[in-house]
Write a protein that binds this ligand. Structure first.
Ligand code: ADP
Ligand code: MG
Length: 478
């Protein structure tokens, strides 16, 4: 066999090199290996399915021209994609030939390919050796539209969410940005959208990720040299849900990579769904380019539910949990807790707990007693010192331990809960909260608040602790 293919390919590379950026050349062309040349058909080997798609999408014309220059009209390119088929018993690399002609637009279905031939992609979300359809969506099935109560406070967001869920990528709500304060139902709504899409379109890959997880994964990917895998993984997703994008603030590198992923998905008609605790215009420290993308679709806000809606929410929660309460008690709660849905739920749970603990019927008296601990009167503000004191008492720790550098789990957790309440119950800035905890910076405080919120969603015991601490702080302060 002659080495003609190598020479031809090298000549093509010379032309390509003159026409693209050095970095792109390095990324996309250096890893390619010429394999053979037969009847004007040059076969090249590429490292992955994603690689092949990228080349087809971005460089097909350049490739065609350079090949024609070398081999004359009628020349063709074939790809040979390496798949690390660690699942297969034969151990042979599994290769596939794809004639360029038949996939001008890299339409995967046309050539009947499984969507993710590249099993090399290393990502915590992907189950090794499996295909794209098996990516775990990370959705919580208990957050649905059925149990997402509609009210004036969420009508636009809910109906836009429903439209997106019925036709992902097919509405002008792309991205769909849901924003609103803590506990107002952002996370619930975006999970509901994801779950609905999964029920309607079982072939679509849906992925829910908190911005924090995204940041951490990206960090790990860079550390482990899997940067490309990270990007290619995210570019496979049909419906990408990123929760709490405000945490991208000041993370320039992450914003850059997210920008790239966003553009790729958006251009391919994939759906993006984002949430944020504030409207896009108030997302400080976010790159302008990214912000302007966020405004492309629809931004819909969630507001504090009004009394009627609070009543319906309470009734539906009670119904789900099989509890019955006197109407006046429900009304009493709905009247007094007017902050957000999470607190509304919290009040209901506390009331149930109190009643079972004291073996007392839930009546208006008990509700009033309990509510004293819950309802905030803003007359006196709680201090961070005081929060630290109560939290450390609760866990049998000292304030010095809280401020120390130790990373012992129970201390870290107590520290995070204290930061969480310092953020939520005082007007102190993130920076000054940080200084109260042994000179930590603001991002540590943000991280702490996010961790507490996340753990409350997943860990019942933790949630109880946090709520109990919250009650103690409030009883003694207000
Ligand atoms: P956020 O992400 O905005 O902080 P979550 O989505 O975590 O808020 O909502 C907090 C709690 O309130 C969750 O348990 C959620 O199920 C509940 N919730 C919020 N909005 C509604 C609603 N409209 N109907 C029913 N439950 C709701
Ligand atoms: Mg949330």
């Amino acid at each position: 066999m002659s080495d003609n293919h190598i020479e031809i390919w090298n000549n093509c590379l010379k032309i390509i090199k003159d026409n693209i950026l050095p970095q792109s050349f390095k990324t996309w062309f250096e890893p390619i290996k010429p394999l053979k040349l037969e009847n004007k058909v040059l076969t090249i080997q590429v490292p992955s399915q994603f690689f092949y798609e990228w080349i087809e999408e971005h460089y097909v014309n350049l490739l065609k021209k350079s090949l024609e220059k070398e081999l004359g009209p009628g020349s063709k390119l074939e790809y040979n994609i390496i798949v690390d088929n660690s699942q297969s018993s034969s151990g042979n690399p599994y290769t596939i030939n794809i004639p360029t002609k038949s996939i001008q637009k890299s339409n995967k279905n046309e050539v009947g390919l499984p969507l993710n031939l590249n099993n090399n992609i290393r990502n915590p979300f992907i189950i090794p050796g499996l295909r794209k359809m098996n990516i775990d969506s990370q959705l919580n099935p208990s957050y649905t539209f059925e149990n997402y109560i509609e009210g004036d406070c969420n009508r636009l967001a809910r109906s836009a969410g429903f439209a997106v869920a019925s036709k992902p990528g097919g509405t002008s709500f792309n991205p769909l940005m849901v924003f609103g304060g803590v506990g107002l139902g952002k996370t619930h709504l975006v999970h509901a959208i994801g779950n609905h899409i999964k029920a309607l379109y079982d072939k679509k890959t849906v992925l829910y990720v908190s911005s924090e997880k995204f940041i951490n994964q990206y960090y790990d990917a860079c550390k482990n040299g899997n940067h490309n895998d990270f990007v290619s993984f995210y570019q496979l997703i049909d419906v990408l849900i990123v929760d709490d994008v405000q945490f991208f603030a000041k993370k320039e590198k992450t914003q850059e990579i997210f920008f790239q992923i966003f553009n790729h998905l958006h251009q391919s008609g994939k759906q993006l769904i984002l949430t944020s605790d504030r409207p896009p215009k108030d997302l400080k420290d976010l790159d302008e380019r990214l912000l302007s993308r966020f405004k492309w679709g629809l931004s819909a806000d969630l507001q504090t539910p009004d009394f009627e809606t609070r009543m319906v929410i309470l009734e539906s929660k009670m119904y789900q949990d099989g509890i019955k309460l006197p109407k006046e008690v429900v009304e009493y709660i709905a009247h007094n807790i007017d902050t957000n849905v999470r607190e509304l739920e919290g009040a209901l749970i506390s009331l149930l707990a109190q009643s079972s603990l004291n073996r007392k019927e839930i009546d208006i008296e008990l509700a009033k007693k309990m509510m004293k601990n819950f309802v905030k009167h803003s007359s006196r503000e709680v201090s961070i010192d005081y929060i630290q004191k109560l939290v450390t008492e609760f866990y049998g720790l000292t304030v010095d331990q809280l401020k120390s550098k130790t990373r012992k789990r129970e201390i870290v957790q107590a520290r995070q809960i204290s930061m969480f309440y310092a953020k939520n119950l005082t007007k102190a800035s993130l920076k000054s909260i940080g200084t109260y905890f042994g000179g930590r910076d603001h991002s540590t405080v943000i991280h702490a608040c996010q961790t507490v919120n996340d753990l409350m969603d997943t860990d019942k015991k933790f949630k109880n602790d946090v709520e109990e601490i919250g009650k103690r702080i409030k009883i003694n302060t207000f």
